[in-house]
Ligand binder design. Structure first.
Ligand code: EPZ
Length: 434
């Protein structure tokens, strides 16, 4: 198994580019099931989650090709209506297959996704939405069975205890585009990734109004055509790089960073006093120094609020920003798996309910062997290692590979000392660590 060895403290200088957005790609891949014609998807990041979704589509009968590393060609002439447990359980996002199967095949059998370390991850709102489209929805033996032969447009409120649902909105939109009648979704998610999916569906001939708002209106059509579609850049990856550059001496231009997708993060970085410039519609330059920011309080909310996927990375930045900051997680209240690992590096963080109370300090974090637990926690540990004194070993980085394309190579390009090595070569406790 791979680990990342990081020798911290190197200044970061140069240009780093975010890849295509994982959380746009996954529903967009699922949406290729909505037509028997060929879809060409461009700017696809080379991630294990993307390759896995492609594998699921293939298992369901789609023809999947990869003419270039970041371009995929998918033709779903014949599609099975069952998404198997042994595949779905490995990746929650495969719940996005529900919508296209309901829309195209009027029938679906999709395994209930498991939970994960960041929370239970229920899909009650997805099922509520399908019921409002007058589908017959039944949950038994760990599967969701949907009969949509009598489905027609309806009105659904998709807000839950934690606000709107991103993949829930994706599912209902993908079901509704081929369901006769008018469907209205209130409290729809309006994350850029949902907007991207809607734009791809419209390029296939779907009729969707209100894209980018919390109120979507969809008029079902008979069939959708194939398309060639370029996925947006990953705002979470780009935000991760901005937060890394903010932690240390740096002069970094982040490309693929679309300011209009990151206004909550940029607002917080401005409040903290970070020196950054928006150099182009998709490029932001950061000039960072160690410990020269002010602490900020952050509450994660549905878009356009501060993204939960950037919460762990902000916790890392605040742990080396002198003063007190309170980081409250409103989307996944126990999304703090990164905290015990940051504490091993010397961070002073206390968890009080849904909040992390961070006592930032001037003293740099100290390098240590740490354990990744989920995708964004891994990213938080990597950037902590870049700013720490000494050597950090981030283990189980298969979590990182789910959502960041070649992160260590990208940081190496900025002058970081970071290498991917086999964990067999990791010093054991009884050996000194340089
Ligand atoms: C998407 O997950 C993203 N994943 C997540 O990114 C992201 O953290 C999340 O949206 C929130 O922005 C993908 O897009 C593949 P939700 P999703 O449904 O759609 C509750 C990453 O690191 N809820 O918007 O599963 C839910 O428990 C991943 O890239 C219900 O209660 O999230 C959560 O508290 C992690 N009932 C909140 O709503 C439901 O039916 C938001 O969940 C659905 C959700």
């Amino acid at each position: 198994m791979d680990v990342l060895r990081i020798r911290g403290g190197q200044p970061l200088k140069g240009t780093i580019r975010a890849s295509g957005a994982k959380n746009a790609c996954l529903p967009i891949f699922a949406a290729t099931l909505l037509t028997e014609e060929t879809c060409v998807i461009e700017n696809v990041p080379d991630l294990s989650d993307v390759r896995f979704m492609a594998r699921i589509l293939e298992a369901m009968g789609a023809e999947v090709e990869r003419p270039e590393p970041n371009t995929w060609k998918i033709t779903a002439k014949e599609v099975a209506t069952r998404a198997p447990y042994d595949l779905v359980r490995k990746m929650r996002a495969s719940v996005c297959l529900l919508g296209p199967l309901v829309g195209r095949m009027k029938s679906a059998e999709v395994s209930l996704p498991g939970g994960c370390v960041i929370g239970q991850r229920p899909i009650d709102l997805h099922l509520k939405g399908l019921s409002k489209l007058h589908c017959d929805v039944d949950v038994r033996n760990g599967y969701v069975f949907v009969d949509a032969k009598a489905a027609h447009g309806g009105h659904v409120f998709l807000g839950g205890r934690h606000g709107s649902t991103v993949t829930g909105t994706a599912n209902i939109v993908m079901a509704a585009v081929l369901t006769p009648g008018i469907t209205r979704i209130d409290s729809a998610a309006c994350e850029p990734e949902v907007v991207d999916l809607c734009k791809m569906l419209i390029s296939m001939g779907a009729k969707i109004d209100g894209v980018g708002s919390h109120a979507l209106t969809i008029e079902g059509v008979e069939a959708l055509r194939g398309t060639t579609y370029r996925v947006i850049n990953d705002r979470i990856e780009a935000g991760t790089y901005l937060l890394a550059a903010a932690m240390m001496e740096s002069d970094v231009r982040v490309e693929g960073a679309e300011a209009e997708h990151m206004s909550a993060l940029l607002d917080k970085l401005e409040e903290a006093g970070l020196d950054y410039t928006i150099e182009a519609v998709d490029a932001i330059r950061v000039r960072g120094q160690r410990c020269n920011l002010k602490p900020v309080d952050v509450i994660t909310l549905p878009h356009p609020g501060y993204a939960t996927d950037l919460q762990a990375q902000m916790s890392t930045l605040m742990s080396v920003t002198p003063g007190l900051s309170i980081i409250t997680e409103r989307i996944y209240p126990n999304r703090f798996m990164h905290v015990p690992e940051l504490q091993r590096m010397g961070a002073d963080i206390a968890i009080e309910g849904p909040s992390a109370i961070v006592k930032g300090r001037k003293q740099p974090l100290s390098g240590a062997p740490v354990m990744a637990s989920d995708l964004r926690a891994s990213a938080a540990l990597v950037i902590a290692g870049l700013a720490a004194e000494g050597e950090t070993w981030v283990q189980r980085i298969y979590h990182l590979d789910r959502g960041y394309e070649k992160m260590e190579e990208k940081f190496k390009g900025l002058g970081a000392e970071i290498d991917r090595i086999d964990d067999a070569d990791m010093p054991r406790d009884d050996e000194t660590m340089a």
